[in-house]
Every structure is written in C-alpha cells, then in structure tokens.
Design a protein around this ligand. Structure first.
Ligand SMILES: [Zn+2]
Ligand SMILES: [Zn+2]
Length: 239
C-alpha cells in the first residue's frame, strides 16, 4: 500500500507551502488510486490526481465540497453524508455501511462512526490492502468502537486540528469538535498502534513553529511508545 498525503490543511484560513490543500489522502495499491476526501480546495483540481474512486469521511466543506460540480469516478460515502450531498451532480454514488468491509477498487474500507459533528456525522476508515492495515480519521473527538477500529493497525492517521488544547464543545447530549493530538497518541498506546501520522493541521501547526511542535509531539509519543510525525502536502509513505 502506498500513501500520498495530497493535502494536510484543516478548516482554517492560513495556508503554507507545507499545508496548502484541504486534507486528502491517496491510497494506491496495484494500480488502484483511491482518494479519501475532496474538500473545496480540490474543486476543479482533483482531476490531476486521476482517482479510480473517491471515498468520503463526512460532508464538511474541507472534506466534500470539491465535488460540487460532480466527480469523474465512483464516489463512496455513508448514508448520512449522501443526505447532505443530495444536490451534487455526482452520477455514480456508492454506499458504505458502518462496520461493513467494502471493497473499493480492490482496497477494503470499513467505516467506524466517530464523534465530531451533529450536522455532518463523520466516520474514520480502517483501510486494508495486502498485509497493510491503517486507520484514517482526519476529524474526530473519539472513535466509538476504538478497540475494533485499531486492532492490528500498523499506522494511525489522525486529526491535527489541535495539538495540546482540547477543542470539544457540548451541544445538548452530543459533543462536537476535535481531540488533541496528545489524546490520540494515548489511544495508539492503549491499542498497541506503533506509528502515528498527523494530518488535517490546524493553526497551531500551520501558523506555529512546526519543528518545535514536532519535537514536543515526539516527546509525548515516545513516552507512550509510539512514533509520530506531522504530514505535509506531497508526503509519501510506503507500507
Ligand atoms: Zn475537517
Ligand atoms: Zn469536519
């Protein structure tokens, strides 16, 4: 499995050379090219990625609005995401049911509901191809079935909206927002995931001194027996 971090910027105003495009991951395996998420930055631009399929985590602008004018390939998403995108001129719509491994061009995707938003419910994906297993969740407060989601996973790719500070708000009984990277590294420790990559970078990373933040994160990760790095646009990882 080959991973290309096409974009690593969260829903913020700032953008830099390292974090220019809205968060998106290209998963390649045996000629298949599956793009996860296609935010507004990708509108009219994602054709150069030439994806075989697009898979969506949720309907927020930085994850789905690049499809406003349609898509050149099949698009896979959970039911609640399709409800939000019903007016989009996407011809080939495929449904991904929660906790149901679904083959997308030979790569297996299993959606795990995550807490993040009431209006745009989100999922994280457990992705499997050959012997490689990863979990990808660019926006989340927590994973509902974390143990099953992270079981045997070699690489956790998580939400960099906030590094140390909590960004969780209560709306009635529900919670919305993002968990700090620190908390996500603790999940990796608890579930035995050896490696984490942080994407969906927020202003703490994009506006901050990234070297200093990366060093701080490495310290936190080392205490937990986890290896961590911050993704940048164009970064490639081979598993
Ligand atoms: Zn987002
Ligand atoms: Zn979101």
């Amino acid at each position: 499995m080959n991973l290309t971090f096409l974009g690593t910027r969260g829903e913020i105003k700032a953008r830099t050379r390292r974090h220019r495009m809205h968060t998106s991951l290209l998963v390649s395996h045996r000629g298949a090219r599956v793009m996860i998420d296609c935010g507004l930055d990708w509108l009219g631009k994602f054709k150069r990625v030439s994806p075989s399929a697009i898979v969506l985590t949720h309907a927020h602008p930085d994850h789905a609005w690049g499809l406003r004018n349609g898509a050149p390939c099949p698009v896979y998403a959970p039911q609640q995401t399709w409800q939000s995108l019903q007016h989009y001129p996407i011809e080939d719509r495929r449904l991904i049911k929660d906790r149901t491994p679904t083959k997308v061009c030979g790569i297996t995707f299993e959606a795990f509901p995550v807490e993040h938003s009431i209006l745009s419910p989100a999922v994280g994906y457990r992705v499997r191809a050959g012997r490689a297993r990863i979990f990808y969740a660019p926006d989340l407060i927590f994973i509902h079935e974390r143990k099953a989601a992270l079981d045997g996973v070699q690489l956790y790719i998580g939400d960099g909206a906030t590094v140390m500070r909590s960004f969780v708000r209560r709306r009635g009984k529900a919670l919305i927002g993002h968990s700090p990277v620190r908390t996500q590294l603790t999940w990796c420790q608890k579930e035995g995931v050896p490696r984490a990559i942080i994407t969906h970078c927020g202003s703490e990373i994009v506006n901050g001194d990234e070297r200093q933040i990366a060093a701080k994160l490495r310290g936190i990760a080392t205490e937990r027996g986890v290896e961590v790095r911050i993704a940048y646009d164009g970064m490639k990882v081979k598993l």
